[in-house]
Design a protein around this ligand. Structure first.
Ligand code: UD1
Length: 348
């Protein structure tokens, strides 16, 4: 698919200095888009802007704004003539959301509402929302299609994704010509192959791959594998691990689809995954294979709220978006390891 825009379009990337946002900035710039990043640095660092510059050759416009502030968001949307928005900015720590639900509802939902208010009031459209496979909970059937039922959310974080999708759907229904896409990510992992961009977990990582690479580099003593008694071939839980660069490219395709009005309805939902499930032990094996490191790990009890398995049916994204993943879990582990070593200052 040729996704080179004919004229340069200005795209607002909220949370554009985060893990997925920064990789998406690079892919958008590569396709000729003008990128404006809005990020309040609540979960990342300003140095990521320079890294985007080094990788893409372009330093995007940057605004340090808190989108959960209504007046600030209005000023931002008045300052630029946005042709579209990819809304990544959100809190995403499941455990923290259980402890501080109002912090999550306030931040994740108010920013979304204010952005939508400004976009619709200005007659603007082309809105991409970062959603999550967490909306499916433990789906009854594998692989998971987009029509699988939405299960009651396990956490306030998950609920903000479900409610966010509903807010967007209602906005589409009530606003002529407002087009939006919700992208339900499975498990994004990896880093940019240049090792300029990657995940920057604050404190002890909750997600599997940062914990693996931090253990291998010596920051953590050992990885706990949560649960070995699941009803899966090796007893450990299964997820669909997608390389962040593949995921970033899907955003460019989805945005271009809206800008070119190729969407089939004004609100569409796509699963973004590889379609392949990997167990925790398979993920560890993939890491050990590409890194040549032996990982210290042991079995531990199941983690509260974890589903047994979740992997995507990618038929809709493959067919309608004309997008599919090109990188494997091994590519992702190799890049995540390169990134961890870069962070540790141990060279490449
Ligand atoms: C988690 C969130 C999900 C969110 C996603 C964002 C939960 C229950 N789910 O997904 O809502 O959208 O992050 O990135 O928190 N594991 C270990 N040891 C570890 C860490 C993880 O064995 O130290 C296992 C987990 O039990 C799971 C798998 O690795 O089976 C993946 O875990 P993780 O990376 O945290 O992702 P999810 O839990 O799938």
């Amino acid at each position: 698919m040729n996704i080179q825009p004919s004229t340069s379009k200005t795209i607002l990337l909220t949370g554009g200095l985060g893990f997925i946002g920064s990789h998406t900035a690079v892919e958008l710039i590569a396709k000729g888009y003008e990128v404006v990043i809005a990020d309040n640095l609540s979960n990342t660092r300003i140095e990521v802007l320079d890294a985007i510059h080094r990788v893409s050759g372009v330093k995007p416009a940057y605004e340090n704004v808190d989108l959960s502030d209504k007046a600030t968001t209005k000023v931002l949307c008045a300052k630029y003539n946005f042709d579209g928005c990819i809304h990544f900015a959100a809190y995403k720590a499941v455990g923290e959301s259980v402890e501080s639900p109002l912090k999550y509802y306030d931040n994740n939902l108010s920013s979304l509402v204010y952005l939508l208010q400004n976009f619709t009031e200005q007659g603007k459209s082309n809105f991409i929302f970062s959603s999550s496979c967490t909306v499916y909970g433990q789906a009854d059937e594998m692989p998971i299609t987009e029509s699988a039922p939405i299960k009651p959310a396990e956490s306030p974080y998950g609920n903000t994704k479900q409610i966010g999708e509903e807010i967007i759907l209602d906005t589409v229904k009530s606003t002529q010509n407002f087009r939006a896409i919700a992208l339900r990510y499975f498990n994004p992992i990896g880093a940019h192959e240049s090792a300029e961009l990657g995940e920057l977990p604050l404190g002890v990582p909750m997600n599997l791959v940062p914990f693996i690479t931090q253990t291998a580099i010596g920051i953590r003593e050992e990885l706990k594998v949560f649960g070995n008694d699941y009803n899966t071939p090796d007893g450990t839980a299964i997820r669909d691990y997608i390389h962040v660069v593949d995921l970033a490219k899907a955003h460019v395709v989805a945005l271009t689809r809206l800008l070119e009005k190729k969407n089939q309805s004004n609100y569409e939902v796509f699963n973004l995954g590889t379609g392949k499930g990997s167990s925790v032990l398979e993920a560890i094996n993939a890491f050990e294979k590409v890194s040549g490191e032996k990982l210290a790990w042991k079995f531990a009890p199941r983690r509260d709220g974890d589903v047994v398995q979740a992997y995507a049916d990618t038929t809709k994204a493959n067919h309608d978006l004309g997008w599919k993943t090109e990188l494997t879990i091994e590519d992702a582990m190799r890049d995540a390891w390169k990134w961890e070593r870069k962070l540790a200052g141990k060279g490449l």
